[in-house]
Ligand binder design. Sequence first.
Ligand code: DI6
Ligand code: FE
Length: 402
Amino acid sequence: MRFDRLWVNARLARFSEGVPGLDVVERGAVGAAGGRIAFAGPMDALPAGADAAERIDCAGRWVTPGLIDCHTHLVFAGDRAREFEMRLDGAGYEEIARAGGGIVSTVRATRAAGEEDLVAATLPRLDALLAEGVTTVEVKSGYGLDLETELRMLRAARALAARRPVAVATTFLGAHALPPEAAGDKDAYIDRVCRDMIPAVAAAGLADAVDAFCEGIAFSPEQTARVFQAARAAGLPVKLHADQLSNLGGARLAAEHGALSADHLECTDEDGAAAMARAGTVAVILPGAFYTLRETRRPPIEAFRRLGVRMAVATDCNPGTSPLTSLLLAMNMAATLFGLRVEECLAGATREAARALGLLAETGTLEPGKWCDLAIWDIGSPAELVYRIGFNPLHARVWRGQ
Ligand code: DI6
Ligand code: FE
């Protein structure tokens, strides 16, 4: 067997599907061929006569799958630091949104930005994620809210993958907020999302999935269901911002539409969790928004565990409710604020995040056949990735074997 590259003397946390825990190999090796993993296991089990164009000694460092941030709003223009100050002075998120700030203020800035401006504004945020070992990132639209700007955001998101060694999964989030020109008519706007935008985005091949924000300040379950139907008609999988600020039954709705994931879930009840378990819908835990908004209701982690709902952890990087570009910190918050175990946090930023994106066949674990995307860490134990705050122990990031 000949590898393009072979990493030896590594401690592997493979997160193999169907194996409980981290699936650790103490004296391990990873071999890459053609950008994919050709071997990931004990050095002793390397095929006799295995040979590599390049051999890298990891000196006992830990190797995990490259991290996956499966929920971000990375592409946007402007910032919302002023709103942060208003919130510190006592204004609420929903109050600011109703007063024309919030998402709509980012929409104004994003509409005024060209594609290259959007890419340039996004690259520093993307680079912060990559510096911590992220190799796949999901990016949503949703700050355009008109066809032209939504397409521009999605093109900018796709362009990121040409600028950096990273896989980008794009999500159309036209049903994120009501644009100002819709003059309060949510049904008419959802008509446009379903009739014009989703077919156009799908025809352009610019989205890998469709998302919506089901919430009092955004769209109702009925309007969300129409978006899901249009997505299905266009052949796109769905996911949902569900039960973040109130329980409108979003988790259940997402599950009933076979959603890849339901995200946030602070207000999800047992019924919603059970529907997700039946459908295999991944729960994406977003502690950055909970922290920023100083929410008090926590997602029903214990119910997810008991019912066997898979949990992913993501940054939700966005200018309003989660100006967070650290997936390591998101894991720390998931543990400290929500009580996720170390192993749940780590699986949540690798295998379960891949599952949430429908990409588990390609990434998320160290298993032969998958993309050779690795994070190599200067740590004594995997718990350090979750336990430390504001420290980055990444030694090297490998994307597609390089
Ligand atoms: N939920 C969120 O937390 C973000 N979007 C959403 O649907 C907030 C986005 C923003 O405030 O800009
Ligand atoms: Fe979000």
